[in-house]
Design a protein around this ligand. Structure first.
Ligand code: HEM
Length: 365
């Protein structure tokens, strides 16, 4: 984010100088100088040009914007461009899995019962970008997701980390053949590592469970109820493991570089768009086509063990637990039902603990 005191003046619009100055100061106030605010939307190129000059005879700030729109239109434009850039990134890297996981781990620290104002309850607020949080054991490997997204953040400085993470996940799911999720944006980022949640909020895949739970089902309930999510949402969200792999050297589950029949060697049908996967081989997937977002997680977990596919204790309990089982069976039977419930649960997850500016959020289409 470039902190500037002077920009070139181009054109003045009906929006007027003071309204945009107020907007800029609200976004990135500079206590040092009211007119030395951060140019957070500079990347939109011709879209927004601000001029702020401090002169001996007084200061002036001039805001310029193309077209008919207002500040919101500019932000929407940036979000749309950011989404296009994420689509390109995911298309090139096929990093579907790690991006979905990174967004969930930013949001999944939320504790509905915790006292205090935002961001005390944790949640989707971009705190996972800080090494203090990526270094939590549950986040092993997610520093790679942050590195992958950093150039996008550098390019679209007005878009928060919290939005970029959640947007990348929603885009990845859609590009992998999954549902289009009714996302909203405008999340505000926490400012410093001091706002990172303490370690130990995310679920463990197997006993011994960090919360002392005796069964995987109880552990899932402890963790997800804390976020305000229910049994149906737990089962639906678990279906995200239709995509991605587990790595021995990260979570301790799955395999290492030797991989499985599904994660090493040549596979031409992994992606729903028919494109090949040229990334790193190895690890262990939950499903044979692990770059496809469909309901095959539920059929695979419910099928006889395939030694080449992963089943965590927290996966198998979805069919063993009496209250989880009807949902798991329903999703194994109907992709349509899974997509409908997944979309609703994912949207909720993606907004846990988020503060939106504007408060009603920004929708794109
Ligand atoms: C229900 C409790 C959950 C447990 C115990 C769990 C556990 C795990 C574990 C152990 C891994 C392997 C990480 C690695 O070795 O790199 C993993 C990966 C993954 N998880 Fe979960 N997870 C849970 C819920 C979720 C949810 C709710 C989502 C998304 C909504 C999700 C999305 C993913 C994805 C996409 C991957 C693959 C990452 C990759 O390919 O790099 N998980 N999860």
């Amino acid at each position: 984010m470039a902190c500037v005191s002077a920009f070139s003046l181009q054109r003045i619009t009906h929006n007027g100088p003071s309204s945009l100055r107020r907007s800029a100061q609200r976004l990135h106030p500079s206590p040092a100088s009211p007119l030395s605010f951060s140019l957070s939307r500079a990347d939109s190129g011709a879209l927004l040009v601000l001029r702020a000059e401090e002169e001996s005879k007084g200061s002036q700030a001039v805001a310029v914007k193309d077209g008919e729109g207002d500040e919101l239109a500019v932000r929407k434009e940036e979000l749309l461009k950011c989404r296009d850039a994420l689509r390109d990134l995911i298309d090139e890297t096929a990093a579907f899995g790690i991006l979905i996981r990174a967004a969930w781990h930013d949001a999944g620290t939320y504790d509905a019962k915790k006292e205090g104002e935002w961001p005390k309850k944790g949640g989707a607020n971009g705190s996972i970008r800080f090494p203090e949080e990526t270094s939590h054991a549950a986040n092993a490997g997610l520093d790679n997701a942050i590195k992958l997204l950093q150039p996008i953040k550098d390019r679209f400085q007005s878009v928060s980390w919290a939005d970029i993470l959640q947007m990348a996940s929603a885009v990845a799911i859609e590009m992998a053949g999954g549902p289009k999720i009714a996302m909203q944006y405008g999340r505000v980022d926490v400012d410093s590592p001091e706002d990172c949640p303490k370690e130990g909020n995310l679920p463990d895949g197997a006993a011994p469970f960090g919360d002392g739970a005796e069964t995987p089902a109880q552990h899932l309930r402890n963790v997800f109820y804390r976020m305000g999510l229910d049994d149906q949402e737990i089962v639906a969200l678990s279906g995200a493991h239709t995509v991605g792999r587990a790595w021995k050297n990260r979570s301790g589950f799955g395999r290492g570089e030797e991989g499985t029949n599904y994660t090493t060697g040549e596979h031409t049908d992994l992606r729903q768009d028919g494109k090949g996967y040229y990334g790193k081989e190895g690890g262990m997937s939950w499903t044979p086509r692990w770059l496809l977002f469909d309901n095959s997680y539920f059929t695979a977990v419910n099928a006889d063990d395939d030694p080449e596919l992963l089943k965590l204790q927290t996966d198998t309990c979805l069919f063993a637990d009496e209250a989880f089982r009807p949902y798991a069976l329903k999703y194994a039977d109907s992709q349509e039902a899974f997509f409908a419930d997944y979309s609703a649960a994912h949207k909720k997850l993606s907004e846990l603990g988020s503060k939106f500016d504007p408060p009603e959020g920004i929708t794109l289409d």
